[in-house]
Design a protein around this ligand. Structure first.
Ligand code: PMP
Length: 463
């Protein structure tokens, strides 16, 4: 995802560190800076904690990359993987071939999803799921004889991954610059960030109305007959944890319905309990035609993602694939049996351990402690929902003036939090929290006590 603060260097002269520098090209990393700092090597984990190769423990306040929902030591997932590896370590699902874990998982997902969905397609990452959604939008509109209706609208600051189409939908300059993106037919509408984007005296619901009108204007300008789909994260993650203003999605949905535009809910972060419901589609009463999930689907113990499609899309795709002879899309590892077995076991744990109920209990103290951070002079906004949140650092609280240079304060605060034993994530000058869903109330307090100490320290260092 977007910007990540440079890691704390592992011990100098550590041969792993020099070998890393010599050989490993890191994702989302400043290569030149990395050659100086070296990697921060994490060597083990348990519960909500990870341990680095210097033996330091950290609370993983981001569940890795918004994903390790059950923490870092869930034995049942190890056993589920081992059992499947011993039975059938791999098989594919092309051309009607199937495996029981893939069947069981697809069926279970359809049982859990809160809106009518017809089928589940599997991939390996969030990017592959959203990219597959793009291809499905195009396939569908060709199938129903509307080959013009191909443009996809996403949002500035939205995050949908990094493959060519997914990165194009991602609305962050860092994912476009130097890569010649976005590709044709992918366009961006405004960010629903009330605190930052609303006009003075504009009420939250009026802001939502204005954004829906701007979306409609964009559709009109492009030509409604050319717009095939709209994609949105229920809560924007990598763009800064942006919670939509009240009534936003219902107003957007009305616009989409008016022009027959498909709605793709990207639940790669929100799916499986993060917002206090199994799906954020319930939390925000969305009516998507497709849903993408990944990350918490397997608690990140195996790479797996899924794309739900509704029956309207399935029926059109069925007809077209029959005419052509096949649906020409799929991955070697679509429905990988080990990943599917681990995902299934993850979903069982969510149900048996009442993880969503647990989130609902622990999210109140979490959100309260987050809100309390507003007492700091340079925190302009705290925002969140369920067990996800962020605070935004500003130079001037009343004027909301950004810190200068942009991004430096976010990195500095995240580094301070590391000193106090908490791993968080800088998204520009917003700092994100997305702890494992298993975090206890006591651990929430411990995490925020440490973050407050780090923030006090950082404020003091400003003089
Ligand atoms: N969609 C959303 C909402 C995401 O947050 C992410 C990853 N942060 C992706 C898609 C892409 O997932 P991946 O990194 O697994 O490709």
């Amino acid at each position: 995802d977007a910007t990540i603060a440079p890691a704390a260097p592992s011990a100098k002269g550590n041969s792993s560190a020099s070998r890393d520098i010599a050989s490993y090209l890191h994702p989302y990393t400043n290569f030149a800076a990395h050659e100086k700092t070296g990697p921060h090597i994490i060597s083990k984990g348990h519960g909500i904690y990870v341990t680095d190769d210097n033996g330091r423990d950290f609370i993983e306040g981001m569940a890795g990359l918004w994903c390790a929902s059950l923490g870092f030591g869930e034995r049942r997932l190890v056993e589920a993987a081992t059992k499947q590896l011993e039975t059938l370590p791999y098989y594919h699902t092309f051309a009607s071939r199937s495996t029981n874990p893939a069947i069981d998982l697809a069926e279970k997902l359809l049982e859990l999803v809160p809106v009518p969905m017809s089928k589940v397609f599997f991939a390996n990452s969030g990017s592959e799921a959203t990219d597959s959604a793009v291809k499905m939008v195009w396939y569908y509109h060709n199938a129903i004889g509307q080959p013009e209706k191909k443009k996809i609208i996403s949002r500035k600051k939205g995050y949908h991954g990094v493959t060519v189409a997914a990165a194009s939908m991602t609305g962050l300059p860092g994912n476009h610059k130097m890569f010649d993106l976005p590709i044709d037919r992918i366009i961006h509408t405004e960010t629903p960030h009330y605190w930052r984007e609303a006009q003075p005296d504009e009420e939250e619901e009026d802001f939502a109305t204005r954004l829906a009108e701007q979306l409609e204007d964009l559709i009109q300008a492009e030509g409604p007959e050319t717009v095939g789909a709209f994609i949105a994260e229920p809560i924007m993650g990598a763009g800064g944890v942006i919670v939509p203003p009240r009534t936003y999605f219902e107003k957007v949905q009305e616009v989409l319905d008016r022009y027959n535009i498909l709605f793709i809910a990207d639940e790669v972060i929100c799916g499986f309990g993060r917002t206090g419901r199994m799906f954020a589609t319930e939390t925000f009463r969305l009516k998507p035609d497709m849903i993408t999930v990944a990350k918490q689907l397997s608690s990140a113990y195996q790479p797996i993602s899924a794309l739900f499609i509704n029956d309207k899309i399935y029926q059109a795709a069925k007809k077209a694939s029959d005419e052509i002879g096949t649906f020409g899309h799929g991955f070697t590892y679509s429905g990988h049996p080990v990943a599917a077995a681990v995902a299934l076991e993850t979903l069982r744990i969510y149900e048996e351990d009442g993880i969503v109920e647990h989130v609902r209990n622990v999210m109140s103290p979490f959100q309260k402690r987050l809100k309390d951070l507003n007492k700091f002079e340079h925190i302009g906004e705290t925002r969140g929902r369920g067990l996800i949140g962020a605070f935004e650092l500003v130079a001037d609280k009343c004027l909301k003036t950004p810190m200068q240079p942009v991004g430096a304060a976010g990195k500095a605060v995240v580094a301070k939090c590391m000193d106090y034993g908490v791993i968080l994530r800088a998204l520009g000058d917003s700092v994100a929290f997305c702890p494992p869903l298993i975090i206890t109330e006591e651990q929430v307090h411990d995490m925020f006590d440490k973050v407050e100490a780090a923030l006090a320290d950082w404020h003091e260092s400003l003089g």
